[in-house]
Every structure is written in C-alpha cells, then in structure tokens.
Design a binder for this molecule. Sequence first.
Ligand code: HBZ
Length: 838
Amino acid sequence: MQTVPNHQVDNLQIEDDRTGLSVECLKRAFLDNLFYVQGKFPKIATKNDYYMALAYTVRDRLLQRWINTAVIYTDRASRTVSYLSAEFLMGPHLGNNLVNLGIYDQVKQAVSELGLDLEDLLEQEEEPGLGNGGLGRLAACYLDSMATLEIPSLGYGIRYEFGIFDQDIRDGWQVEITDKWLHCGNPWEIARPEWAIYVRLGGHTEAYTDERGRYRVRWIPFQVIKGVPHDTPLLGYKTNTANTLRLWTAEAPESFDFAAFNSGDYLGAVQEKMVSENLSKVLYPNDDSSQGKRLRLAQQIFFVSCSLQDMIRIVFGQNVPLEKFHEKFVVQLNDTHPAIAVAELMRLLIDEHDMGWDQAWSITQKSLAYTNHTLLPEALERWPISLFGELLPRHLEIIYEINYHFLEEVKAKFPADSDRLRRMSLIDESGEKYVRMAHLACVGSHSINGVAALHTKLLQQDVLRDFYQMYPEKFNNKTNGVTPRRFIVLSNPRLTNLISSKIGDNWVKNLKDLKHLEAFVDDPEFCSQWRSIKSAIKQDLVAYIQKQNGITVNPDSIFDIQAKRFHEYKRQHLNALHIITLYNRIKANPDIDITPRTFIFGGKAAPGYYMAKLIIKLINSIGDVVNNDPDVRDRLKVVFLKNYSVKFAQRVYPAADLSEQISMAGKEASGTGNMKFALNGALTIGTLDGANVEIREEVGEENFFIFGLTAPEVYALKARGYRPLDYYHSNRELKAVIDRIASGHFSHGDTKLFKPLLDSLLYRDEYLLFADYQAYIDCQDYVSQVYRDRDRWTRMSILNVARMGKFSSDRSIHDYCQDIWNIQSVPIELGECIQAKE
Ligand code: HBZ
C-alpha cells in the first residue's frame, strides 16, 4: 500500500506549493500556475492569465479539503442532502473562496508583492450566471451554509453553456446579449466523464410479463442523451468541509454517433450530436412562467434523471441497500422545476431496480421534500399532456397511477366531493389537459414548505389550500436567509472590520451575535464611524456611476435603490410614480425644499415580457429628463445600472440608504434582496409582503418604513371591485403624474409610447399601484424628513444591522436540518492519510 504523505510530519511543517497559506508560498504557487497551467510568463501574461493563475492557486487549496471531505463522507456513508435546482446563481468564486479559506489578506499581499492588484483580478472573473434571480441565488446561499455548517450535501443542476443574458441598454430599452461565461475557461470545475449517465426521451412503452410472472413495462426511447457531470468544490467558512456542486452537461452518446457514422451518414451523426447538446445550451430567462416549451421539460427530466441515477450509483458504491435510499439521501426540490423527480424515482425503483409499487412509493415520499417559491397563479408549472406524453411516455403512465391512488385517498378523506377531486387531481382537465407539477410535488413529498411566514400561510389558505386540508402535517415554513460571508464580509469589508473591532468576529458564523452592536448605538464615536463608512462606499458608487452612466451624483443625497428582476408585481413603476411626483413638485415650485435623492435601479426583464421592458424604458426616459432639467438642480437623479448580477449586487447593497421592497402585498413569496440591503445598513421602505413582515418584526416597527394595503386588504378591495380610475380622478398629484407621462413629456412628445402601460394602470391596475400611491408618497415624504436627522437615521441603520441575525442562511439551513432533513453535521479533519488503492 502506498501512502500519499500529508504535510504534518511530527512537528515539522513542510509547506507545499499546493496547500501552503503563507504569503511566500502563495507567491511561489501563483507563479508556478502561471507557468505550468497558463503557459505564460509575466511579460506576456494578460490579466486573465493572472486571474487564472490565482484561481488555480486557490483551487489547489480547496482540493485538499475537498478530497478529505469526500473520503470521510464515503467511508462513513454519511446521510446527505441532495439539493435539486434548475438554477444556481453562484456569483464569482474567487473572492468567496478567499474569504472562506481565511486568506484574503495574505493573497492580497502576495499579488501586490508581484506588482498586481487583487481587486483587478477579482474584477476579471466572469460569474456563472446560471440563474434568474432569487430562487437561484437562494440555492447558492444554501450551499454556502451547508458547507459552513458541515452538512454533507450535493447541489445538482444544469451546466448551461449560456447563463442569464447580459443586459445592455440602448435608447433606454433593454437589449439582450448572449452570456459567454465559459469563453475563457472555468478554473473552478472538474469534469467527471467517467461518471456520465444516460437519460432516455420520447418513444413508447410496452407491457410484458417477467420471468416471475409479474406485469412489467419496458420503455423504448426515441432518443438517449448523455449527461456528463462537472464538479465544483464549495468550501465552508473556516471549516475543512468542501461539498460539491455537480452540474450536468448534455452530450450525444458515442454509440449513437457511431451508428450513423457507420451507415455513412456523417452529417446526420453530427446533427444528432447538436440536438443532444442543445439540452444544456441555455438557461430559460423567464422567472415566472414556463410557456410549455419541449426543451425546457427535456432539461428538467435530464438533470433530474442524471442526479437520481447518480445518487443510486453512490448508494450502491457505499454498499447501502437500495431499500435504504431515503436513509442515505434526502432530496430537496427547489420549486417544481425538479418535480418530475417524483415520477422518475418511482420509475427507476420499479422498472430499473425491480421494486414493488408500495415500497417504491414509500421510499419516494420519504426521500423527497418540496419548496414552493411563488404565489403567482400563472407561475405554477403545468405541462400539456400531449407534450408530456410524447417526451416522457413512461412517466405519464406512472403519474396516472399515482393520481389514481391519490384520488382514492382524497375520496376516503372527503367522500362525495367531486369538485375537490377535480381541483386536486394531478391532471388539469378543465380544457386542454395538463400535468400539474405543484400537485405532483405535494403528493410525492413528505414536506411542503413556503419561504416566509406570510407566504406559507397564504399557501395554506389559498394556493395549496386543498393540499393543506389533505396533508396538514406536511406543511411547514422555512423563512429564507442569505449568507453573511458573501453579502457582508466579502462585499463590505469596511463595515465588517468596524463590526468586528467592536464585537469580535463570531457574528460571521453566528449572525445573531450582531445584537451586541446595540450596546454601541449611543456611542457617538461609533456612530460617526458608521456614517463615514456608508459615505465612503457611496462615494465609490458615485465614481462608478460617473464612469458607467456619465451621470454626476451627489453623494450626500439619499441613495434610494430598487434592485431586482423587473416585474409588474414588484412595482418598479410605483417607484417611478414617486420620482415624477417629486419632479412635478419642483416644476411647480422650483425653490421647494426637497431632500436630495438618487434613485438607482438595477434588474433584468424577461425578454418576452413586454410590460416589464416598457417599465425599464420609462425609468430611463424619466432619467433623461430629470437628470438634465436645470430646474431640478441636482436634487434628483435617476440612474439605471445595467446588467445587474451577483457581482454587481455586491457593489450595490453596501451603498444603499434606502431599500425599496414595494411589491403588492400577497405576491412576493419572500424576497432576499430585502435582507441583503438591511444587513448592509439600509433602511427599508416596504409593504407587508414576504419576509418584509418578519424583518420589520425583528428590527422594530420604528426602524422600518411601512406603507400600503395588507394582503387581506388587497383581497377585500379586489372582491369589492377595484376601480383605479376613481383614484386617478380624486388624487390631484397622482393625476398630474399620469398626465405628465401621457403628455409625452418623457418621450419627446410621443404620446403613444407609454400608452399601454398607462392604459393598464388606468383600466386594470392588477397590482393596485393607484390604491397604494398616496400611502407610498406619504411614507416617502416621511423618509425624507427622517433622513435629515442624521443621528436618528444612523441609529436606525445600526439597529437594523444589529437585529438582522435571524436572516442568515445558516439559520434557514439549521431549520431545514432539524425539521425536514433529519441530518447531523460531519466535521472534517484535515491531515488524515489519503491512501491510494493497492
Ligand atoms: O424566489 C423567488 C421569489 O420571487 C422570491 O420572493 C423569493 O425570495 C425567492 C427565493 O425563495 N422566485 C424566483 O426567483 N423564481 C425564479 O427565478 C423562477 C425561475 C424560473 C421559473 C420560475 C421562477 O420557471
């Protein structure tokens, strides 16, 4: 037996170029990687070469921990969370790994001694934008917390070649540009072609009787796709745990190519290859509806099947009997995108591994758990039966059978209630037939959770009411959280240092410790440091805006920021109505005393979402007028920061004074940007929606700017019959705002441009902007007044940060572990011998 030596030989520390953490060692390793991996020397190296050399240097240090982790998990066959998500919005890896390894400062010094600037190298990284927004970013925060809490976990998803599109703004309109995050290579991943998996699509099924006389089904597919895993190590904060993110790339199976090639159809073979590769080509950029696209369903079954088969491979590899699948793995479904797992796990157990229905069903239910992320009815995924049956004929049969058993159960619990059966069926038969994925997920899981207290309550009362009545014990709430490593330590080093100088640095792992900051809220010295940090960060953003947008911004103005996907329910246009209200006041009285504000927007609209794109155009058009109107005298500025991303978010949150969380109550499941802003000392103006409710509860109502209708008031108003025109006619300022837009004032006299938006507000106003307008304006006036009292504002800002402890993703993950996953931490020791096979 051969032993790969570790680096602790008695008391002698031998520093290895691949593991050492001293500045000298890091410098050596960096140059080594520049030469031997990038094949460059300093004189001709590009910035990207330097970035790659540094990334490999850091990756080497991760690998030692990753391998140790894998060895221990394998030896102990540790119970593992398998987090299935169609999206992982990881953000740049380099900075985060430096923070989690605890070598940020050493690396900064090492590269600077080599004449380089760490910030420059960090800037170089193309982030993997493999997600749309909150849902994908939540998955990333959860992986960080699972590694930090030493919870064995695997993130499973798709390695899209093109992630979320890059957004350009031309003439005020959003223009989409293909994302090419892989074009310079990805130093963080390792391909594992030896663990490839095959997934079947299309074709038909045949019944047969097996040798034991049992009824069986054989699936003869039309197509087979090969899934190749690409693994990225994810290190916890100051632990040795490095878990895995395993993303699947679709390829054509070699055997298929050969068949065509041998028959002389070379181009046919290549065509086949291209069709297969299409599967993991691009992330669907919609963050609400699914539009029933075949390729999207194919993506879902592709990554789910690859992942479940991979888990079964691991189960067998660790000599766990398949009957104990649910003891080895708990599978969390991030929304319904992976909900086909219910039918696929059944199929694998029954068709491929000879299990009986009842046992397979019991294992499936015990293994799966479902998280819902939406209250928008149009966002609940449904697949036309025709499409579903064509692509997944066997799954459709299994779903019919699950449905049969399920409806029997419903009948037993609620006899003679055919309306209930119709509502709850896995198949929607009201018109064209559909498979209802949320129903499938509810029936096939042992846990169903919402992502904030209000959201879970509304699921129980409304969206999933029948399922709550059927299975009350399955329902639970898990309020979202965010990782303080990326969203404070990495993104806001100045605030981090100030906080740690007062209360030590335990808060990074125990965010509730931030409460010790409350002791300093009356310390004038501390308050003044707090203020100067915010001010310095704002100054940085001012410089960025000047460079990016050519707009000069007053750093003493209120930085009023709304950064999130563009959606009518999120009401960016309500924010716009406020800007125009202030503008009108200035136009009516140029000397009016107004607290200066800079309105900053960031976010993408789904490419096919016309109204959201028109709202972006409106904001940019308002900016063009307001920013250049001499009457305004720099009291108002409107800035649209294009191409909002995780990288960019890290720059924006720390600079905010005011965080806009103004969705119509009852629509935002949770929100997580709201948490990131507040953790960086911004105050929130918000409705009682999603996690805003809990944030306000924690920070205290006196430290939160609340306005607008509550969810029950929204329902009541709609039930009474809502008439937006009444508000328009009775509210002078509102009327003036709408008239100002309608007059063409922001569109060079074009009165048609914004008409669709105005019409939708005047005659429908689904998201009740007009009903909330006055409350919003009054609340904003109050914000402006409070901001003038700098001491009071600072105090509120400190108290917000001090009381945000609940919103760490560590707390969320702890709750998932306790209530759903039944899983314990597995600490990883470094330096255990890794033994090579004899
Ligand atoms: O998930 C968001 C919710 O809107 C937000 O309130 C919540 O905080 C967050 C995390 O729980 N939902 C999404 O981000 N949804 C998507 O991105 C999405 C993507 C593809 C779809 C549907 C939704 O087909």
